[in-house]
Every structure is written in structure tokens, then in C-alpha cells.
Design a protein around this ligand. Structure first.
Ligand SMILES: *Cc1c(COP(=O)(O)O)cnc(C)c1O
Length: 230
């Protein structure tokens, strides 16, 4: 498994740099976040040892347990990104365990995380999650993004760095136009909200996302294989 992950990461990095060149963007302009929800700690270790500096998780309890083990096993712990739905009753734990929260999608979540960050004595880096697709349950509606950004910026414990969005997930594959339109909307929202991070693109749509200006792609299955089902 270890060799597989290192090899897939190397290939993804090559493909990513080729895509950046093809659309005239600077090398290294996109950060890869490895998404390890429902993957074992060994997969996280393999990715970190292969040089991946950022990992994302969706479920608070699972992430807390795995990061605790991981931090004892690797020389340089990764930047921990929370990419799941923020439940306000878990905000304290999220603020303590994670370095970046990508999924701030409403005022209540911003307030709870702001308090959690202050309790943890840290400034928590966050992204505003905007909803760009009818197939996605969460995310702030695009026309509410500026007001939410203002709320986030009023929290001394939070540092707003940009925007995150989940592309339309269709079966078998969403039509390219819908993808481009949705990612364009995410890029426009970043323009209105401010910040320098645009977190768009997953295993199935990262190329389109990079062409739309993504600076951060979140990759699960393409690096780690199918997730445990439960
Ligand atoms: C699970 C997940 C990913 C990774 O999805 P893959 O298709 O496996 O790459 C990325 N972002 C979010 C928000 C996720 O929940």
C-alpha cells in the first residue's frame, strides 16, 4: 500500500504540473490536500512520508483519533484540514484538532469556531464554503457570501483565507459545461469575498478546477483508493 500511495502521489504531482503548464499557470501554484476519511492511519503515514504536507478529514472523532496516532509516527506532522460539515456542538474539538477549517458555511458555525479558537488559544485559518451545485447539501448560497465573510472577519479567533466549494457530482460524469459554470461561480465568489485560496477540485474533477483557477485540490480516492464503507 505504501509504495502504491507514493507512486500515485508522484503521478498526480506530475499530472498537476503538466496541467498548470498547459493553462499557463505558475508551477507549484496548487496545493494537494490528501483526503483520508475512512482510510487507515497507515495510508496517512505513507502519504506524509512521501512528502504530502496537507491532509483533510471529514469526521471529527475519527480524525482526532487518527491524528493522535499519526503525530507519534511521523517526523513532521501534516497541516490538518477539516472539510466536513461543521456541527456547532463539535466546534471546540474542531478548533483544537485542526489547523484549517475549509467548511465554514453559516454564521453560527463561524461564531462557534471563533469561540473554540479563542478557547484553544489560537488563530484558526478558515475558508468560506460556497454552494455551487444543486447536488450539494451544504455551503453558503453565493449571494450570501459577502455577509458571511464579514461575520467571519469579525471573529478575532478566525483568519479568513479564501473559498472552498464542492463541484457538481453527477452520474456518471457531470457535463463539462455545468462543471465550468460551477467552478467559475466559485472563482467569482473568491473575487467578491477576498483571500488567496480557492479550494476546488477532487479526484474526478481537479483538472477542470485547476483550469478555473484552483489553488488547492482535495484528493481522496485517486491517491488512497476506495474508502472503507460503513
Ligand atoms: C471526500 C471529499 C473529498 C475527496 O473526494 P475524492 O472524490 O475521493 O477525491 C474532497 N472534498 C470533500 C469536501 C470531501 O468530502
Amino acid at each position: 500500500m505504501k509504495a502504491d500511495i507514493a507512486e500515485r502521489l508522484a503521478r498526480l504531482r506530475e499530472d498537476l504540473e503538466a496541467e498548470l503548464r498547459a493553462c499557463g499557470r505558475a508551477p507549484g501554484a496548487v496545493t494537494i490536500v490528501g483526503v483520508t476519511k475512512k482510510q487507515p492511519v497507515e495510508a496517512m503515514v505513507a502519504a506524509v512520508e512521501a512528502g504530502l504536507a496537507d491532509l483533510g478529514e471529514n469526521y471529527v472523532q475519527e480524525a482526532r483519533a487518527k491524528f493522535e496516532v499519526l503525530d507519534r509516527l511521523v517526523a513532521r506532522p501534516p497541516v490538518a484540514h477539516f472539510i466536513g460539515h461543521v456541527q456547532t456542538n463539535k466546534a471546540n474539538t474542531i478548533a483544537r484538532v485542526f489547523d484549517v477549517v475549509q467548511s465554514v458555511d453559516r454564521v453560527e458555525a463561524a461564531r462557534a469556531l471563533g469561540r473554540g479558537a479563542e478557547n484553544a488559544g489560537k488563530r484558526l485559518r478558515v475558508l468560506l464554503q460556497v454552494n455551487i451545485s444543486p447536488s450539494e447539501r451544504f455551503g453558503c448560497p453565493p449571494d450570501g457570501a459577502e455577509a458571511l465573510a464579514e461575520s467571519i472577519r469579525s471573529e478575532p479567533g478566525l483568519l479568513l483565507e479564501g473559498v472552498m466549494a464542492i463541484g457538481p457530482i453527477g452520474a456518471p460524469a457531470p457535463v463539462p459545461d455545468a462543471l465550468d459554470e460551477a467552478f467559475g461561480l466559485a472563482a467569482m465568489t473568491l473575487g467578491r469575498v477576498g483571500g488567496s485560496t480557492l479550494s476546488i477540485g477532487m479526484s474526478g474533477d481537479w483538472r477542470e478546477a485547476v483550469r478555473a483557477g484552483s489553488t488547492m485540490i482535495r484528493i481522496g480516492t485517486a491517491l488512497f483508493g476506495e474508502r472503507r464503507r460503513d
